[in-house]
Design a protein around this ligand. Structure first.
Ligand code: HEM
Length: 546
């Protein structure tokens, strides 16, 4: 039996090796540079025979990414994995062509679509062309403004619950809490309760929920496999599910097995929720949230299953609130000014509606239109999403001759789309002075605007594949900041490793494809995402602008 396994394993591996060799050897060693379709475009030299420049771009790569655009401009030739060349694009006009005007030509890469299909199933994020358009049309009403107004009261109690959980963990005079796990648990609840009317009870302090854990571990696990992603199309096209599973079993790469387990947990939980919700809709014994996605599943034929929609929730747990809290924790006067705006707005709203102030002002909940139109809150959220976009690079493949600079945009040329790092770095508008206006977001370069759906920035992308949930994300972030900042004061960790205070505990934003906060040694391992903040209850004399 053991001999049989060895024979099978070596057959599969030899097959893959042969495929790999014939496919990539040409790019790696045989193609003369003069045959490169991108030969006239400037860019850095290849820095590794196999990884090209990818290890510089994707491993703690903020400075490297910044320098690429500074040195070579808005369209740069980079060396990708396995000898391939790619364009690295930050130029706003080029981005406009790629994501809006010629989006039918610049499509998602096979690696992206197939990888997403393996993880999330046949959801919006894993489809192309007409099928994608059809699914998007079906889901649009879920994210309409009218629906957002109805969903805010669903997420308000969750934000309230998160506040209680954090307060319950604080000593009387305050202390340090890693807010990240609570923020991601909260985000899971917002999406599951607002979108599906289902609770994971993820904010119960003692409860550890396998789905919540799986979702939390998903991004770190996929990041560890970044350099294996280019092989996904080759493997999916040539091996059945059975052989793919065998390959994972035999592989020495532990993160592969971890990722498979995460997907299994998400799949199981999504199926369970889907069937429960479907049964509720068919036999409504209790009032359930009108769920377009589940009701309309039949209209999509067998291409997009309701459970895939649910599973895609995992994708969206970007938990951005911690970056807002981080920014506010590092800027005390901005925090005080925001808190004062929130207090004014809540008191004004209560007075206009004759709401009696039985408890504290910070318990008053603002309706959607008021919450979304608070200028300073809006500026803080915009600034957070500009400076700390979770996704730093997206990819596209050019499928046909392009109208814009056809000599450059050659069919088959993959492109990496990036937010302009220079813009991301410009932090000066987020003034420390109380009079400073946060987030006068510069959303253009050389007078050309970025084609983003949100505040002329690329954080949520633009065009037909822009983030469908951006209004929900914006509302969610504003609600949670409003609830927490009204009651609690946040500051960066004050812990030092000796009495002289030589080493202060420090949060560092690492750009490994996704931008994640880590704690540097000696307090952290420099790898695990965490946001430890000093928290205490708000004090009237210190924490408002008077
Ligand atoms: C701050 C939070 C978020 C950020 C920064 C973000 C960003 C993005 C970006 C950049 C894309 C484009 C990916 C690509 O085409 O390569 C995307 C797509 C998507 N996002 Fe978000 N997102 C966020 C939150 C959400 C939320 C809360 C939801 C849903 C509740 C959501 C649902 C989706 C879906 C379904 C897609 C696929 C859209 C399509 O292919 O048509 N996102 N998001």
């Amino acid at each position: 039996m053991a001999a049989l396994v060895v024979i099978l394993a070596s057959t599969v591996l030899s097959f893959l090796l042969w495929k790999f060799t014939t496919h990539f050897l040409f790019f790696l060693f045989l193609r003369p540079p003069s045959h490169s379709p991108l030969k006239s475009i400037a860019g850095p030299n290849k820095e590794h025979w196999l990884k090209g420049n990818y290890h510089r771009i994707f491993q703690d790569g903020f400075d490297y990414n910044l320098q690429l655009a500074q040195k070579y401009g808005g369209v740069v030739k980079i060396h990708a994995m396995l000898g391939k060349e790619q364009l690295y694009v930050t130029d706003p006009l080029a981005l406009h062509y790629i994501v809006v005007k010629e989006q039918h030509i610049y499509t998602e890469t096979d690696m992206f679509i197939m990888g997403n299909k393996l993880i999330f199933g046949e959801g919006l994020i894993s489809t192309l062309g007409e099928q994608h358009k059809k699914q998007r049309k079906m889901l649009n009403p879920v994210f309409s403004l009218a629906n957002m107004r109805e969903l805010l009261p669903v997420i308000q109690p969750i934000a309230f619950k998160m506040r209680s959980v954090l307060l319950s963990q604080l000593p009387t005079d305050g202390g340090e809490i890693d807010v990240l796990p609570w923020m991601s648990r909260g985000t899971l609840e917002y999406i599951s309760q607002a979108g599906l009317g289902y609770t994971f009870n993820a904010l119960e302090p003692i409860r550890s929920h396998s789905f919540a854990e799986a979702v939390k571990n998903l991004a770190p696990a996929t990041l560890k496999l970044l350099f294996l992603r280019p092989f996904v199309p080759l493997i999916v096209r040539n091996l059945s599910v059975y052989w793919r599973n065998k390959l994972v079993d035999w592989s020495p790469v532990q993160p592969l097995r971890d990722l498979r387990r995460i997907v299994e947990i998400m799949d199981e939980a999504s199926r369970k929720i889907f069937f429960e919700k479907k049964a509720e809709l068919e036999n409504p014994t209790t009032e359930v949230i009108d769920n377009e996605a589940i009701k309309n599943e039949g209209n999509l034929g067998d291409r997009m299953k309701g459970k895939d929609i649910i599973q895609s929730c995992g994708l969206n747990v970007h938990h951005r609130h911690f970056s807002s809290l981080y920014i506010l924790a590092s800027k005390r006067t901005v925090q005080a000014r925001l808190r004062s705006e929130l207090r004014r707005a809540k008191l004004d709203y209560a007075a206009s509606r004759h709401i009696p102030l039985d408890g504290s002002w910070n318990d008053i909940e603002l309706p959607y239109d008021v919450l979304m139109s608070l200028p300073y809150l809006d500026a803080v959220v915009r600034e957070t999403l500009r400076v700390y976009p979770p996704t730093s690079l997206l990819s596209r493949t050019c499928e046909d001759a392009s109208e814009w600079r056809p000599e450059r945009w050659l069919s088959g040329s993959p492109a990496r789309l990036s937010q302009d790092r220079e813009q991301q770095k410009l932090d000066g508008t987020f003034g420390d002075g109380a009079e400073g206006s946060a987030g006068a977001t510069p959303g253009n370069r050389g007078g050309v605007k970025y084609p983003g759906v949100y505040a002329s920035m690329m954080t949520f992308l633009g065009g037909g594949r822009a983030c469908i949930g951006f209004k929900f994300a914006e509302m969610e972030i504003k609600q949670i900041i409003t609830t927490l900042i009204s009651s609690m004061h946040f500051s960066l960790p004050s812990l030092r490793d000796d009495e002289q205070g030589n080493n202060k505990k420090e949060i560092y934003w690492k750009m490994n494809g996704l931008q994640v906060p880590v704690v540097q040694p000696p307090f952290g391992d420099g790898k695990t995402s965490q946001v430890p903040l000093d928290i205490r209850v708000v004090r009237e004399e210190e924490d408002f602008v008077h």
